[in-house]
Ligand binder design. Structure first.
Ligand SMILES: [Zn+2]
Length: 307
């Protein structure tokens, strides 16, 4: 089972890298902050990647045996809103019939798709030290698909699949063997209906709904959905992206971080269940557990991840 923990780029440190290794990780994931301004976080990441100190950390992680991955919401980063004045047809049509730059874009517009795929390929080449797994997710907002005449019959999952397929083809032209994740998350939890995955696409399942509100959804309730997804995408490279250590979620995405108590029994139990489904990779967000957290509360307990 390949394992990784995913943190914000600003949290990357020698200490975190050493901890990831001790926790049994094969990779460390860097995740620019998501939400409505994810495209700006992506720009910040690219600035970080130009810095010598940041590159040294990446080099240290790789020398220590970890692979590096970048997991990010990138749709609006790929199709810049400046294009709207000349090409409103590139952008999504909302429920009231207006073209808008707010999120995502029109997946039936070939030119828009071409721009997105080219920019994804260009970004992949800039991701310093990245292994060949890529995670270029659509915008981090529900109900943000295109409702134009051509797109309206595609489910949100179909719309994502169209985009990821296009990027997969382009990526594999410039980086042989590159793989890209389809993110089963939010309104893309169901498998696509009318679009099949291209070569190189793998499933990344991120059940954030489990963690909403007081009534945590139990694994048993997810069973049907997980089986459908695995049947559709296959087990090869399939990945779970969990929230067991996501102290940014538990802190409601606001600093300072809250004190984090790992539910070790739950984590061990769920890792086993995911293994039984046939997932080949297990990851968890582990944001808001960096040096500022340690100063406040001491070392977080990551022991259950390594069992
Ligand atoms: Zn459309």
């Amino acid at each position: 089972m390949r394992k990784s923990l995913i943190i914000h780029p600003s949290e990357l440190s020698i200490d975190w890298i050493d901890k990831a290794i001790k926790s049994g990780c094969n990779a460390i994931g860097l995740h620019p902050i998501g939400g409505e301004n994810a495209h700006l976080s992506a720009e910040e990441l690219l600035c970080d990647l130009e810095k010598k100190e940041f590159r040294k950390l990446i080099d240290y992680a790789k020398k220590s045996g970890l692979e590096i991955e970048y997991e990010m919401h990138a749709a609006r980063y790929f199709l810049k809103e400046e294009l709207f004045a000349e090409h409103p047809e590139y952008f999504r049509m909302n429920e009231t019939g207006e073209r808008t730059t707010d999120f995502n874009f029109c997946v039936s517009n070939e030119e828009a798709l071409e721009i997105v795929a080219n920019n994804a390929a260009a970004l992949a080449e800039k991701l310093y030290g990245s292994c060949r797994n890529y995670y270029f997710w659509l915008d981090d907002v529900r109900e943000s698909g295109c409702c134009c005449d051509k797109c309206k019959n595609f489910t949100p999952s179909d719309q994502q699949m169209i985009v990821i397929n296009k990027i997969a083809k382009k990526l594999r032209e410039i980086i042989p063997g590159a793989r890209i994740a389809y993110l089963a998350y939010h309104d893309c939890l169901a498998p696509p209906k009318s679009v099949k995955p291209e070569e190189g696409v793998f499933l990344e399942y991120a059940p954030i709904e489990k963690w909403y509100g007081d009534n945590i959804v139990k694994m048993e309730e997810l069973d049907g959905n997980i089986k459908e997804l695995i049947e559709f995408f296959g087990k090869e490279n399939s990945k779970v992206l969990e929230y067991w250590y996501d102290n940014s979620l538990f802190s409601r995405y606001k600093l300072p971080p809250v004190k984090f108590i790992a539910d070790n029994e739950l984590i061990k139990k769920e890792i086993k269940i995911y293994e039984e489904y046939g997932f080949e990779q297990i990851a968890s967000f582990a944001c808001f557990l960096g040096s500022d957290y340690i100063e406040l509360y001491g070392e977080p307990d990551l022991s259950a991840f390594n069992n």
